[in-house]
Design a protein around this ligand. Sequence first.
Ligand SMILES: Nc1ncnc2c1ncn2[C@@H]1O[C@H](COP(=O)(O)OP(=O)(O)O)[C@@H](O)[C@H]1O
Ligand SMILES: [Mg+2]
Length: 318
Amino acid sequence: MGHAVKLNVCKIKEDLEGILKRKPDLVILAVKYISLKDEDDIWLADYFEQHGINYIGSSSEVLKFDSNKVLAKSYLRSKGIKTANFFNAIPGQYKEESELPIKFPLFLKPMDAANGNGVDDLSFVTNFLDFESKVLSLYELFNFPVLVEEYLDGREFTVAVINTLNGGLIVSPIEIIPPESRNGLRILGEKVKTDDSEELKKIEDQEIKNRVGKLAIDSFLNLGVRDFGRIDIKANKRGHYFFMEANLVPGMTCGSSYFPKACEIEHELTYDKVLELLLEKGLSRVPPTAQPNKRINLDTKFFDTTFLEHFLSEKGAQ
Ligand SMILES: Nc1ncnc2c1ncn2[C@@H]1O[C@H](COP(=O)(O)OP(=O)(O)O)[C@@H](O)[C@H]1O
Ligand SMILES: [Mg+2]
């Protein structure tokens, strides 16, 4: 696309400060935060926002919906979007089955993890003993109240959504079919994801595709997602569809990550084209005055006309 790009591996604060000094037009974040020794994590969107550096993806405020599933679910529910009934639990909080706010079968997972971490066959729980044991193991692992949901027994989908330069959305819904486990369950847990043993499929049924796509768009817009995001959706056997979670810094590994794969399966977008769409959107926020020394190629297609007109009038005024 004609830009100079630099890859920075950031391990310490000084690495980040080096980026601030260079004042790039756009920072592409590969992760949400970096962990420092003996200090709080640095949330990158927050950091670059505070220092006035343009970055790709959602604001730190919106990224909270990615990090905290309960926050996203509660917010979307208040907007009338369907999500599985849920409650939180810590070990010992419930003494017996009759105290549980939702009936078995239940699904237990961490509130703020990703990549299927903490999710396995034991997440599917049908009795109080197994409930207590999974609450304990997740609590010990993540040190956070456990998210307990009604179990959704239907098909699973994920939807890549790209907000384009002209304000439109490119919506790519696909079905994900995890392999059947020994217990006859199909769960997208950590092992399935690292083994890459799930099947990604084009949705052939137009009505299902529309419903899944619409739920993803409603979730995307209500959460205020910027640039792009991936919405996970699950159905129940009765054919109701539920928002499961929002992935706002989705994996972008060429050849395996769901986001580029979904774009390819649904719209035949190549990996490079997907990245180009994300970059041109991010770059459209670059204030024209912030790049006075850049070579401007009028043929470069990522400059939309409003940007160019603005840029040219600024130049003319100087
Ligand atoms: N309420 C539920 N009922 C049935 N399966 C679920 C439920 N919630 C999650 N799962 C399964 O667990 C997987 C991981 O859950 P998800 O919330 O997407 O977390 P992650 O951040 O690890 O992707 C899902 O892809 C799905 O297979
Ligand atoms: Mg998920």
